[in-house]
Design a protein around this ligand. Sequence first.
Ligand code: ASP
Length: 311
Amino acid sequence: MTYPRKHLLAIEGLEPPHIADLLDLAESYALLNRSGKTQRDLLKGRTLINLFFEDSTRTRTSFELAGKRLGADVINMSVSTSSVNKGETLLDTASTLNAMHCDLLVVRHGQSGAPSLLSQKVDAAVINAGDGTHEHPTQALLDALTIRRHKGRLEGLIVAICGDIAHSRVARSNMHLLTTMGSRVRVVGPPTLIPAEAARLGVEVFHDMKAGLAGADVVMMLRLQRERMSGGMVPSAREFFRFYGLDAEKLAYAKPDSIVMHPGPMNRGVEIDSAVADHPTRSVIGEQVEMGVACRMAVLDVLARGLRRNV
Ligand code: ASP
């Protein structure tokens, strides 16, 4: 295992062997989970704290399950950011966590960079579970694992990431991971929802679904993140669906064996039609959730090995 860091704060900066090793380990955890077995001695005596400053269903449950399957003591903390200055709260929280001897800290925060700031103040290994519009590294890992299981590889695949790219930490982590692993990444959406940095990240930009989906192996849909938008960046939901919502007609532009992905939560009828989201063979949305647990087990395992080294 070649993972070089104490924390997992971003995909950016990881090299192909680091990503490939994490995915291989996650694959072994996916098989273990399907067999119904656990490895409860691996993180025995370790404390994992889930510190979520933003709502989450999938990610928090998934980290909780991953920690428990490896034998860690798991504590969930939800923090309201409404009352206090965020800088002070984070630093106060950091000293509280140090006093509790937390080993693994999973952080979600509305501000980009918050997990990185915390990682400088706590003794624990920190995992970014989504920070602002910056990154959501374990989501990109689980997406890559799901793709690899269906397509056998990442290299050379055409992956179309569609919708609200600008506000999506999922898109950003995926762009870094997939381009690093040799996929051909396209981002597809209205000009207002494509970030200026897209070209720098080595992805192709499309404003038309037909052109963007043509010949794609993977179609990844993203939620319209209205809570992060200032002002009207998109027309009505109905209008958005007409041009950018994935339905059977638009999916027909992609390869006949292409897979459909979505990180959740889905806005049915806005970015994706139910017939596609629930398609029995093309949709892998349920498998993404399953792979989420396996990837988080792999990340916890690898970071805990690092903690052992640092003792
Ligand atoms: N669940 C993902 C995230 O936290 C995607 C989303 O919220 O749309 O970024």
